[in-house]
Design a protein around this ligand. Structure first.
Ligand SMILES: [Mn+2]
Length: 345
């Protein structure tokens, strides 16, 4: 099926046209993405920002939280700032347009939600997550794409953007990160076509990979190794888990964010259907991160404990349960969700 035959194509085309027209009129634009930006959200915002600046607009990416270290090379001086009420509130309130990319729910604007809500500007969103939209005037949302970068790329081409390395590189980072380096199920022929065009525009995939992925500090790699060596298997190897308490973090001089990386490795283990990571927040509060290989809907378990996410990647923070209580509690809940093993012939 070609993209043109995809359901809702007319709606998407109309949304794209409406946004292009609005951005063409606007003189001041604030771009933003979700709390703890990722390659897709930030890459999309930076690419759009660069095009708008070329069109003579006053554009800037402003976000509620800072950018993780491995993505800081993506923006140049003056393109990105962390939101600070005293410095940025007026700018947000008086912008002609605000564009949120990859946001996945208005509350993920963090401390920018309130000023964005009160802004007189047209509120635009470019996203591939679905949620109740209570904020944006012009949504460009479909789940039928690999990434927000793919939607942004189509929007930029529609706006007649000159696709050189300056625009193509952040878009490529978004595309590569949301397809897991062209491996996840969202990887479509269109995603590969887009990648080919971005390479033609000057992106060097090897250098992008080096800059993004080959920057792990030795201490963090060593810490991940320690965590790996502690992985536990249950239910005949179909459930894998581990936990980290505050003492362990302190002892290894590391931060929670480094520990959470372990969840990306759970599903590499042969036979694993669900992975669970437990992190002690306090003696009576535990954060739980869940990953599923596709049979178990881990979001259901997360939701039952006040969390959420996607079917195959979800999480929650459980109040009133320390690690010792949360671990057996959640493992039992997951165990109940595992489908019975097919008897061998
Ligand atoms: Mn995304």
């Amino acid at each position: 099926m070609t993209r043109d035959a995809a359901p809702g194509h007319d709606d998407i085309a109309a949304a794209r046209e409406g946004i292009a027209r609005r951005l063409e009129e606007a003189e001041t634009v604030v771009l933003t993405t979700h709390v703890t930006p990722d390659g897709d959200g930030l890459g999309s915002a930076i690419a759009l920002c660069r095009h708008l600046r070329r069109r003579g607009k006053e554009a800037m990416v402003i976000n509620c939280s800072s950018v993780p270290h491995d993505l800081r090379w993506l923006y140049e001086r003056g393109e990105f700032q962390v939101y600070n009420g005293a410095r940025h509130e007026k700018r947000v309130l008086e912008a002609d347009a605000i564009v949120a990319t990859d946001i996945g729910g208005s509350e993920r604007l963090g401390k920018m939600l309130d000023p964005v809500r009160r802004s007189r500007g047209t509120k635009i969103v470019v996203d591939h997550h679905v949620y109740d939209n209570d904020l944006f005037d012009l949504p460009l949302i479909t789940v039928d794409v690999s990434s927000s970068a793919e939607l942004t790329y189509d929007l930029l081409r529609h706006m007649g953007a000159r696709m050189d390395r300056h625009l193509a590189e952040p878009l490529y980072v978004g595309l590569a990160s949301d397809t897991g380096g062209f491996a996840y199920s969202a990887t479509s022929p269109q995603a590969h076509r887009m990648a080919a065009e971005l390479l033609q525009a000057g992106v060097d995939p090897h250098s992008v990979w080096r800059k993004t992925h080959c920057q792990v500090p030795h201490g963090k790699m060593r810490f991940l190794g320690l965590l790996m060596s502690q992985l536990q298997l249950e239910h005949d190897g179909r459930l894998i888990w581990t936990s980290v308490d505050l003492d362990f973090l302190r002892l290894n001089d590391t931060v929670p964010r480094d520990a959470f990386e372990i969840v990306n490795h759970f599903l590499h283990v042969k036979g694993v259907e669900v992975g669970v990571f437990f992190m002690e927040i306090t003696k009576t509060r535990t954060k739980v991160s869940l990953r599923s290989a596709g049979t178990v809907d881990v979001c259901r378990v997360a939701k039952r404990h006040g969390g959420g996410g996607h079917r195959f990647a979800a999480g929650c923070a459980i109040d009133s349960m320390g690690l010792a209580v949360a671990i057996p509690h959640i493992l039992e809940a997951i165990g109940e969700q595992l489908p019975p093993v097919e008897p061998e012939e």
